[in-house]
Design a protein around this ligand. Structure first.
Ligand SMILES: Cc1cn([C@H]2C[C@H](O)[C@@H](COP(=O)(O)OP(=O)(O)O[C@H]3O[C@H](CO)[C@@H](O)[C@H](O)[C@H]3O)O2)c(=O)[nH]c1=O
Length: 354
């Protein structure tokens, strides 16, 4: 069995951060999202993983993942997708790499906090042509939705306006190579993409057995800022109350760390309150500031911020500083399409009745 991870999306909802780094390399609890998927494939005994990438991104992936793959004794094969024509189209690019092997397909921006062993067992025990993972979601309109009757998967529909259930088919699948019959037979959907859900439906309609495994463990699609922060919170919670602040620079002092927090190499934190739910990558300086529920990427410098930083993501080398001269003024430089939400307290309400 081989592994295939799709990473070639445009990451439009994560701009401007996804302009400079592919979405699956963005960190959750200081590890690239995709590394969690690679680890799950390693646990399943898979040695060869195809990564479907945008053609110019091979060096970036190699730089971030090579050492990790060597450590896990896995081989990464980069497969370019020249046009982003959908998930099924991305899988088709890997047909030569996959050959006649069965394969585990993971969506590179999905984080699934469950072992995929159950998926593998079900696939092998039932001799299915495909096994999908489903979970209950609160917004079924955003997902491929499963219709299950008498314990059988009878229909999957991509982002339906009127969902038949709240069971989403999420980003982990196992297929036999017969999936390529389906992929070569389907047409683009209304949104112009070759949908994996249409390929699965084709299999069901043509009497190939597709079964499902349900997970109750959390799953995250980190495709939006909000969901990325939630995934980060969840992964940090798994550290319990420990604080990974071993790497604080010797210059750090007067830092109050409220766990869970993860702090990378070579960081300086002074006169500041950090946490809970903060991930800080390496080479970050934070002075005289308060940061909670945020992700701070490599090389940021935050100093003397008159406002608490909360629910925020700061791209690499962002500089934020402020002063107290005028309560209503903030000076900052933001990259293209940055999002900045400023919450001010109305001080007149604090003055009482006089
Ligand atoms: C369109 C496209 C996507 N991808 C990669 C990028 C992402 O890591 C991954 C998912 O792509 P997205 O466009 O975000 O897919 P999304 O709209 O969230 O929906 C998918 O993922 C959902 C689960 O999150 C499923 O329930 C849906 O059935 C499935 O279609 O696949 C490619 O590698 N190539 C592509 O052409």
């Amino acid at each position: 069995m081989k592994g295939l991870i799709l990473t070639a999306g445009n990451g439009t909802r994560l701009r401007p951060l996804s302009y400079t780094k592919p979405k699956p390399l963005l960190p959750v609890s200081n590890r690239p999202v995709i590394s969690y998927g690679i680890e799950q494939l390693a646990e399943m005994g898979i040695k060869d993983i195809g990564l479907v990438i945008q053609p110019h991104q091979e060096d970036t992936f190699h730089e971030h993942l090579y050492a990790y793959a060597v450590k896990k004794k896995m081989r990464l094969h980069y497969i370019p997708q020249y046009e982003q024509k959908g998930i099924a189209h991305a899988v088709a690019q890997a047909e030569d790499f996959l050959g006649s092997d069965s394969f585990v397909l993971l969506l590179g921006d999905n984080l699934i906090d469950d072992s995929l062993q159950k998926l593998k067992e079900s696939f092998e025990q039932t001799s299915a042509h495909g096994t999908v993972l489903v979970t209950e979601v609160s917004k079924p309109q955003d997902y491929g939705i499963a219709d299950i009757k008498d314990d059988k998967l009878i229909e999957v529909e991509e982002k339906p306006e009127k969902p038949k259930s709240n069971l989403a088919v999420i980003g982990a699948y196992i297929f036999k190579s017969s999936i390529f019959n389906a992929i070569h037979s389907i047409s683009p959907s209304a949104r112009g993409e070759y949908e994996i859900t249409d390929a699965i439906q084709w299999m069901i309609d043509h009497h190939y057995h597709i079964n499902y495994v349900k997970t109750a463990k959390p799953t995250f699609d980190v495709g939006t800022i909000d969901r990325w922060l939630k995934a980060n919170q969840w992964m940090l919670k798994r550290f319990g109350n420990s604080t990974d602040a071993d790497f604080l620079d010797e210059n750090s002092h007067n830092a109050v760390i409220i766990p869970p927090v993860v702090i990378g190499d070579n960081c300086t934190i002074e006169d500041s309150v950090i946490g809970p739910y903060v991930s800080i990558q390496s080479d970050v300086i934070i002075k005289k500031s308060i940061v909670k529920n945020s992700i701070i990427l490599k090389g940021c410098h935050i100093e003397n911020m008159p406002y608490e930083i909360s629910d925020s993501i700061l791209g690499e080398k962002t500089k934020l500083s402020g002063n107290y001269v005028n309560d209503n003024t903030i000076q900052a430089v933001f990259g293209d399409e940055s999002t900045f939400f400023l919450s001010c307290k109305d001080k007149s309400k604090d003055k009482g009745a006089d």
